[in-house]
Design a protein around this ligand. Structure first.
Ligand SMILES: O=CC(=O)O
Length: 323
């Protein structure tokens, strides 16, 4: 395409996972302008931009979209599209795309990583091991056994299924709750038992793992009532979105021992304000939304984003269009 390559707006190079190789994948097909440079002179740059690559940021808010009259597609990285007002963007004649499938394994790994780290106090162990001033008292690092325990997965889409597979590999009993029951073949392959009533799953699970999309129905899905149904020895693991959990209720449940612990890759907001109580509770493990953060997955996501954007610019059928 040479100099005639279409223009794309991206978040700042060096930020938001835009590693050098990633930039290379994008610049094979597009000329790029960074958000910071764009903001210096939006009137000059805005009209030429046909693609907006979004990695949660820059948020395609109405004021930004109004500066991009030639925009054809908002190509978002990751599977979640809760940060995008898809109907609004579509009404402007702009397509929206995401990158499902490629994020599945990395996110499922993260769920198991958090589960194991919380169960076996791996982070606390590291802190003791590297701090010469602390004395190791075995009881302080006593964990819970994963094999033989019950994992309850809420949201049995692609990621939920991969979490189930991994749980099965750890000899866990698997329960799941989902809008739609999966086929008997799927259930048998995953060794997973359906709980039509989410309350049953909450009561029986040692680890409750959230893998739902954020929708109006799943916002605040886990609140005071749901946490109270969980075992006092149970751990909540969240790799979906922070807003699926009522965080105030979670803080109370963790402070009062209603549940044993929480391991969260997602919070609301991200990052949490430094004085947020979740950051100082001893029974909380938090990572900064890194579920998809591996080189392999990041590369695949960007390849997909570019594939989607190229198709949209050419007016061809777009592989991962969401509407
Ligand atoms: O959070 C990650 C994703 O939506 O893929």
């Amino acid at each position: 395409m040479g100099d005639n390559k279409p223009w794309a707006l991206i978040s700042e190079v060096g930020e938001q996972g835009y590693l050098e190789e990633i930039i290379g994948i994008i610049t094979e097909r597009f000329q790029i302008i960074c958000y910071k440079d764009f903001l210096q002179n939006p009137q000059l740059h805005g009209p030429k931009i046909q693609v907006l690559f979004v990695w949660y940021y820059p948020k395609p808010e109405p004021w930004l979209l109004s500066l991009l009259p030639s925009l054809k597609v908002v190509a978002s990285g990751g599977v979640g599209i809760d940060h995008l007002d898809v109907p609004y963007i579509n009404r402007l004649g702009v397509k929206v795309t995401n990158t499902p499938d490629v994020v599945t394994n990395a996110t499922a790994d993260m769920a198991l990583g958090l589960l194991l780290a919380s169960a076996r106090k791996i982070v606390e162990g590291h802190q003791i091991a590297v701090n010469p001033k602390t004395t190791y008292i075995p009881q302080s690092l006593m964990g819970v056994e994963v094999a033989g325990s019950t994992m309850g997965i809420i949201g049995m889409g692609r990621i939920g299924c991969k979490i189930a597979q991994r749980g099965k590999g750890f000899d866990m009993k698997i329960l799941y709750h989902n809008r739609n029951r999966r086929s008997v073949e799927d259930e048998q392959a995953l060794g997973a038992t359906y709980c039509e009533n989410m309350d049953d799953l909450l009561k029986e699970s040692d680890f409750v793992v959230l893998a739902v999309n954020l929708t109006p129905e799943t916002t605040g899905l886990i609140g005071h009532r749901e946490l109270s149904l969980m075992k006092r020895t149970a751990t909540l693991v969240n790799v979906s979105r922070g807003l699926v959990v009522d965080q105030d209720a979670l803080v109370k449940a963790l402070q009062s021992g209603t549940i044993r612990a929480a391991a969260l890759d997602v919070t609301h907001p991200e990052p949490l304000p430094r004085d947020h109580p979740l950051l100082s509770l001893p029974n909380v493990l938090i990572t900064p939304h890194i579920g998809t953060n591996t080189y392999t997955t990041t590369r695949k996501m960007v390849q997909k984003m570019v594939e989607n954007a190229v198709a949209a610019v050419k007016g061809q059928s777009v592989p991962n269009e969401v509407s």
